[in-house]
Design a protein around this ligand. Structure first.
Ligand SMILES: [Zn+2]
Length: 469
């Protein structure tokens, strides 16, 4: 029906223009038979086609072409342009963001024929079917690669801020991306767009890191998955064909873990109070015997406040350095004095040194109907006792009858024993030098007064110590 009306209008248009043409020709006609008739005739003959051409031009239609296809034919180009513009702005209004159509996506071609013209609505219906358009959105680029598209720059910035804040608790000095991150304008399909939270999740877990794992004895799929913090289903997904029955020790299996598309480097300050270890100072006291030592001052730890600058990558600490520290409490050094004095007796010429200062009050051998296994050297309570020869402490402790006792083993199967001590200064396994302080005279064990019971045992047989000292 519309076409018929348009056709009719076209026909009427042509008729009125032809009428005008005839009138013009009538005006020219008298001249043709005049003196310059030939020229006029020529002009008329040339003029007619021009006029016909102009008439045709005045009935020109416009084909609206999209991607090489004619969408519709309209009577006015401007109407079509406005219709396209309206259509695009309607799209923009609905989406709330700019819409771009590729340049030259729509072309207007004049056609010189009597064709029916269609209206704005018809054109817009065709556009909905055919027009290829994109939304102008904001792309989040990581190392120049487009990862995500969001509505606009403010949403893009919101996404980046959220990711940075994931790993910093506000007290961070600085949080930045390890990779180059940029927000740029992009043209996308509407279904490519992500909401802010969706984009944050995607960037935080969008990459998959694959690690190799070697099956150990006793491993189950469940153990491996649990250790990697993934599900058994995810484990099987990464290793098609993997079954618990076929698993072998040493077999390599893949563990895929979600990893972020971008890494966050952050720094924060950590203030800690730390103990300062006390120094140990040794002093020589010539009044003390060699090997003897005394604690003069108990060491006490100090305290300091240290400010660390901690660096993190995706929330995991990668390093720390001290930026500031102050001492709250100075440590107190431990002072130990050590003896250098050597027992006079030790200087004896015997193969063994005399183990203490004092005189032998009870000799080796038969005594009160039994055998005395060593010699007794009487000395004041607390008198130092020294090793008769270099050796290793074989045993030290409390021995029935002997009381506090030290056994020292020397080379060639020789052993010396020091009994009834009040204290020892050595430990089992310790190496001692000839003349080194090992303990003090006492009266422990089966003893009637302070004295040293000294034995010399060679290859398990007790010998008379006086033969050696
Ligand atoms: Zn004795």
């Amino acid at each position: 029906m519309t076409i018929c009306v348009e056709l009719y209008k076209g026909v009427v248009g042509i008729r009125s223009r032809l009428t005008q043409l005839v009138k013009k020709l009538a005006f020219l006609w008298p001249g043709v038979i005049g003196s310059r008739g030939k020229i006029r005739t020529l002009l008329v003959l040339l003029g007619i086609p021009v006029l016909i051409f102009c008439a045709l031009l005045s009935v020109t239609r416009w084909a609206v072409v999209c991607d090489g296809d004619v969408l519709v034919v309209v009577s006015e180009r401007q109407m079509a342009e406005t219709a396209v513009k309206d259509y695009v702005s309607r799209l923009e209004k609905t989406a709330g963001m700019p819409v771009k159509i590729p340049e030259d996506a729509i072309k207007y071609r004049p056609i010189w024929r009597l064709a029916a013209a269609e209206d704005k609505q018809a054109l817009q219906r065709c556009l909905a079917d055919k027009l290829n358009y994109r939304y102008e959105a904001c792309g989040i680029f990581i190392d120049d690669k487009k990862m995500v598209a969001v509505r606009d720059k403010s949403v893009g910035q919101e996404v980046l801020d959220k990711i940075l804040n994931t790993y910093s608790q506000g007290d961070h000095l600085k949080a930045e991306f390890k990779q180059k991150v940029a927000l740029k304008k992009v043209l996308v399909d509407i279904n490519e767009l992500m909401e802010a939270d969706q984009a944050v999740e995607y960037i935080r877990y969008g990459r998959t890191d694959v690690k190799e794992y070697q099956v150990q004895e006793g491993d189950t799929l469940w153990d491996i998955a649990a250790a990697a913090e993934i599900t058994v289903a995810q484990l099987i997904e990464a290793n098609p064909g993997l079954s618990p029955k076929k698993m072998q020790i040493g077999q390599e299996i893949k563990i895929s873990l979600p990893a972020p598309l971008v890494d966050v480097l952050s720094t924060y300050e950590n203030i800690r109070q730390e103990e300062i270890a006390y120094p140990v100072r040794e002093k020589i006291d010539h009044k003390l015997y060699w090997g003897e030592q005394k604690l003069v001052q108990e060491g006490r730890s100090g305290m300091r406040e240290v400010v660390y600058q901690v660096t993190l990558e995706n929330g995991q600490e990668t390093g720390r350095k001290v930026v500031q520290q102050k001492t709250i409490k100075e440590p107190v050094p431990q002072i130990i004095v050590k003896g250098k004095k050597k027992l006079l007796a030790y200087r004896g010429e015997g193969r063994l040194a005399y183990p203490t200062s004092g005189t032998i009050v009870s000799p080796f051998g038969a005594r009160w109907g039994s055998s005395h296994q060593g010699v007794d050297i009487a000395a004041d309570y607390g008198t130092p006792v020294v090793a008769a020869e270099a050796g290793t402490i074989e045993w030290t402790g409390n021995k029935s009858g002997y009381g506090i006792c030290v056994d020292i083993s020397h080379d060639s199967g020789v052993m010396t024993r020091y009994a009834h001590l009040s204290s020892t200064a050595v430990q089992s396994g310790q190496r001692v030098e000839r003349g080194q302080f090992i303990g003090r005279i006492g009266s422990t064990g089966n003893s009637t007064g302070p004295h040293l019971h000294f034995e010399v045992i060679i290859n398990g047989i007790h010998k008379n110590p006086t033969l050696f000292i």
